[in-house]
Design a protein around this ligand. Structure first.
Ligand SMILES: *Cc1c(COP(=O)(O)O)cnc(C)c1O
Length: 226
């Protein structure tokens, strides 16, 4: 794995998509999804200038975090499904929780957060039963509930479309999320992964979550429990 070269390629893809869409590259955060990879991968990425990291498993990151001192500007985003019994640990470990999908989880995060905590609402836009997230109909109430939580800062919406080889099939989901963010007045948009980040940038993503294109393929053992 040549992280430096991969990072150049990903940055190039983001920059080209932003230019095509007439957008400013600075408005798009590259979230390096480091799940399954060791703390040393985060250190290497940090040395190359990356600052935002995405993790899916609370306990995995708890262990890695012990090896991550001395990276003062690193910000860790939780992007896995959050069970409410992990909310306390997640609120301690992460700077951003991108996957809030219920009032219960929001209130637990708020009660455990020792400092202001950025949160995004995960939105479920497809009927796939495996996907978590709040359905669009429930968003207004959830947005209101999060705004009532004194320590939570509502930073945006996040979604994961059904996986497809064809990145164009993600476009309607990204467009829908953008529409919801405008309707709700919640500006951040976390959408797009290694295979469909261009489409996401064209549709307004402010954060693309990229794992494979940076760190290489994850071992199948990656399918651990959250
Ligand atoms: C693993 C993961 C990613 C990164 O996926 P890649 O295809 O490896 O870029 C992005 N978002 C979420 C929610 C993930 O679980």
């Amino acid at each position: 794995m040549d992280l430096r070269r991969n990072l150049e390629a990903v940055n190039e893809r983001i920059a080209r998509a932003a230019a095509r869409a007439g957008r400013n590259r600075e408005g798009i955060v590259l979230l390096a999804v480091s799940k399954v990879f060791p703390a040393s991968a985060i250190r290497e990425a940090y040395a190359l200038g990356l600052r935002e990291f995405g993790e899916n498993y609370v306990q995995e990151f708890e262990a890695k975090n012990l090896e991550l001192s001395g990276l003062p500007e690193a910000r860790y985003h939780y992007i896995g499904h959050l069970q409410s019994n992990k909310a306390k640990l997640a609120a301690e470990l992460f700077h951003v929780i991108q996957t809030v999908d219920s009032e219960k989880v929001a209130r637990r995060l708020d009660s455990f957060a020792a400092r202001p905590l950025d949160v995004m609402l995960e939105v479920k836009l497809s009927a796939e039963s495996s996907k978590s997230g709040a359905v669009p109909e429930d968003l207004p109430k959830l947005v209101e509930a999060v705004r009532q939580c004194p320590r939570l800062r509502l930073a945006g919406l996040m979604t994961i479309p059904p996986w497809s080889e064809d990145a164009e099939l993600s476009r309607p989901y990204f467009r829908r999320l953008h529409g919801l963010s405008e309707a709700l007045g919640v500006p951040g948009l976390s959408m797009g992964m290694s295979h469909d980040l261009e489409v996401a940038v064209e549709e307004g993503a402010t954060c693309v979550r990229v794992g494979t294109a940076l760190f290489g393929r994850r071992k199948p053992a990656a399918a651990a429990t959250p």
